[in-house]
Design a protein. Sequence first.
Length: 272
Amino acid sequence: MTQHHQPAPAPAPAFAHAQDGTALAYQHRGQGPPLVLLAGQANDHHWWDGVREDFHTVRSTITLDLRGTGDSDKPEGPYSIDQFADDVVAVLNALGIERADVYGTSMGGRVAQSLAIRHPERIRRLVLGCTSPGGPHAVERDASVRRSLAQPDPQAVRRALADLMYSPHWQAAHPGPYRTLGDPRMPAHARRAHLIASNGHDAWSELPRVAAPTLILHGDQDRLTPPDNLPLLASRIPGARTHLFPGARHAYFEECREEAGTLVREFLLEEG
């Protein structure tokens, strides 16, 4: 059983700089070999607040505020998934880290795919959560989900997002506030740029090049990124392992915290 402690007060962010000069805020916590944690679309590093401490028994953790979010610069777009991946490399370079384990969820899983394809020498082990290969081969969310996220009332959108992230049972036991519903400080242009970047991802043809040992995780009730994307990814990434969490929605990593955290820690500790 994982011991859950109150997280320590957050230190001030440090900054790396992307190739185009964009300042990228990052947070490096804990001791041990590095694990990069990549958040979902239009979210900052607080996406991981609910589970980050669970990895500190085996890894230090590195998060960053992708451009457009958090304390990072918010330049005009366009942004791209490949650009986000290069921004992660800029953070690793700033920390003097040659190789790291990488765990990306949702759009962060798309960024992790790009990292594994474009910078294979920087990744030791790869975990992809609630994500998809993108492009015409991916299984997209249905029209009702898209409509629920396009409502003009921001509070209605937040309620819809919460229902996409967590089951009603879990929400009843954990009334929030939730840190996975978007970075409230993002300007509109950055939100649009994140959406366009995520929609532009298509790694299908390149995924067979992924060399890192890979674990793919998904909630079987995920309507935001349908779980049929899990076997699609696994069919393209050599030797990939998979796990579905029964009853879980998009934020399986919080709702199934104990099981998901244990699976990831054990996978990271394997040799080879």
